[in-house]
Design a protein around this ligand. Sequence first.
Ligand code: ZN
Length: 241
Amino acid sequence: MRYAILSDIHGNLEALEAVLASLSPGDQLLCLGDVVGYGPNPNECAQLLRERDVRCVLGNHDVAAIDNFGVEYFNPIARQAIVWTQDVIDPPTRDWLGSLDYELHVEDFLMVHGSPERYFEYILDDAAAGRAFAATDAPLIFIGHSHIAEYYQQRPDGRIAHGALTQGGEVALLPGHRYIVNVGSVGQPRDFNPAASFGFYDPEQRVVNVVRVPYEIERVQRKIHACRLPEQLAQRLTLGR
Ligand code: ZN
């Protein structure tokens, strides 16, 4: 049995469909939040996940979409997109998002959108990773939020090492070491690789695999234009940043 761990889908149906098509039938689907916000298909993405019996935590855009929480911290483009999203999300999506928790413990690992220290904090360097490790005793923590695929390893002596997963790649978990794995973003990658990003975790082999999947970006961009969402949201999909 293997977990497929997705994050930051952001209403990008084409990217989500490409990722789901790459899964095997037995894979168990997990999601680290930000199902909606930015992209043109929030309801369709939420429905696909629900149909797949996903276990999912809340992201900052999900909370903002259902009760306007935290919108004052959004930049003008994100705010414009969340106002649009608030307008279009349907009752089943709203109810489902409203039922989600901020953290999930599955087997030996923890799932949070941003950080176990504060759920919507960004882990972008070793210092933030150190604070996150100190805030939980979970040996393995999966995160999203920054849209950058990477990992932090805490060695038994407490020192922290970092590795990029921009082109995907395997992380074999060493005994006695702890890990924070950012699986990257399905629907709006920001690590200069426009391909959708997500991760597999095999708890028996103790191996994480981050995978990049190309999808039809132009189709999403046409929808962004048709919905009159900000043009920058279309451009950044091509750039992967
Ligand atoms: Zn996000």
